[in-house]
Write a protein that binds this ligand. Structure first.
Ligand code: GDP
Ligand code: MN
Length: 369
């Protein structure tokens, strides 16, 4: 038996053991109470913001979907913020507005593309001061009819700053995505019940307007959905993923690109958001701190234990010294690929490692489909 194999095995054991302990702890938290005063009678003024860039395939279905919300229409308006789309998006939106003259839809567009978050931030500066809640959403995301009604009621409690929806897997999508979502929804909701989750979803991200007045617009580089939620959590507000707002995001474009983009954003969130909150003097210590520490570890460092451990064992196999132990472990590691959750987990580690390497080289997360 060689020392390298034993060390490798320990690293791999920690790689699976640390999240294993955390997840089994969270699993027991998922059924606890929200410890919040949610009130279905609370009906704030809501503005839904849909940033778009070349969304001709999805935009009509998206607007129809928003039109079906059960929330009182007098308290709900929609802003589509189009960023110099080069396809039929703009004319489709104009057509939709003409066909729905009673809808509360405002169409904004600009000539030069600035990117999703910069455009959203500029829209926020121009909002009607009566707006109490904004909901950011992607054009390729479809909500349950009760999404706004269900999401809004949590804001009856002033401690709530952000509510994000749970992403559901679409019937005919790929099974890896399904496993990934089912698993993470449980974790995110459990973290949210404890205090807040650091991961938030572009398909539905509701934010209390007064939080921006209090803490300022989070106008820093790399800001995205998760960073916005984490930022509010550091400022002392609950930023929660709830299970009664569900969104479907049909998969489109290359899976690899989508996954690496998602991983890139998470890496940037975990490397920067806390520093930003501290820099602005907004940091408040809550039980979010422990969640953040664990999730930072899981995103920034934990994937490397697996890589390093596997490499050490591979060295032993090749050199023939710890041959049997290393070969056995590596074989078990490969056989486990028949389990979907394991497969998804390993793929996720791979994306996180690639994204972390990328983050040292470039901070560019410009959108590409
Ligand atoms: P995902 O976050 O990986 O799912 O990326 P998507 O391609 O679904 O983009 C999320 C949302 O942002 C969609 O509604 C896009 O149309 C929109 N979007 C992407 N790029 C831009 C941009 O440059 N400007 C604006 N305003 N919206 C954009
Ligand atoms: Mn999308």
């Amino acid at each position: 038996m060689s020392i390298l194999s034993v060390l490798g095995l320990i690293l791999v054991g920690l790689h699976f053991g640390i999240p294993g302990v955390y997840f089994s702890y969270l699993r027991r938290q998922v059924n606890r109470s929200w410890n919040l005063h949610a009130d279905p009678g609370y009906l704030p003024m809501v503005v839904v913001i849909v940033p778009t860039y070349n969304e001709e395939e999805m935009i009509v279905r998206k607007l129809d979907n928003l039109d079906e919300q059960t929330y009182p229409h007098d308290s709900l308006s929609i802003i589509v913020a189009d960023d110099a789309s080069e396809d039929k998006t703009r004319s489709l939106i104009d057509g939709w507005i003409q066909a729905h003259p009673k809808s509360h839809l405002t169409f904004m567009s600009q000539q030069k593309r600035t990117g999703k978050m910069p455009m959203v931030l500029s829209v926020l500066k121009k909002l009607d001061p009566k707006t109490e809640l904004i909901i950011l959403t992607d054009a390729d995301a479809f909500w349950n009819k009760e999404a706004v009604s269900n999401g809004a009621r949590y804001f009856a409690d002033p401690i709530v700053g952000v509510v994000t929806g749970s992403i559901q897997y679409e019937e005919h999508g790929d099974s890896q995505e399904k496993t990934y979502r089912g698993f993470y929804n449980i974790l995110r909701v459990a973290e949210s019940k404890i205090f807040a989750t650091p991961v938030h979803n572009g398909p539905f991200l509701a934010i209390r307007m007064s939080a921006f007045e209090k803490f300022g617009l989070p106008d820093f580089a790399g800001i995205d959905d998760s960073a916005l939620g984490s930022f509010m959590a550091f400022a002392g507000l609950r930023a929660i993923q709830v299970d009664d707002v569900s969104v479907v995001e049909p998969s489109r474009g290359s899976l690899f690109r989508r996954k690496t983009r998602r991983a890139n954003r998470l890496i940037l969130n975990f490397s920067n958001t806390r520093k930003n909150a501290e820099r602005l003097g907004l940091y408040k210590r809550t039980s979010f701190e422990q969640i953040w520490r664990m999730e930072s570890w899981l995103h920034l460092f934990n994937p490397w234990l697996l890589l390093l451990g596997a490499l050490l064992m591979a060295v032993d196999v090749v050199s023939g010294r710890g041959f049997r132990l290393a070969l056995l472990s590596l074989t078990v590691g490969l056989v486990l690929f028949i389990l979907p959750l394991y497969r998804t987990w390993i793929a996720q580690q791979f994306y996180l490692i690639v994204a972390r390497l990328r983050s040292f080289v470039t901070h560019d997360i410009t959108w590409r489909r």
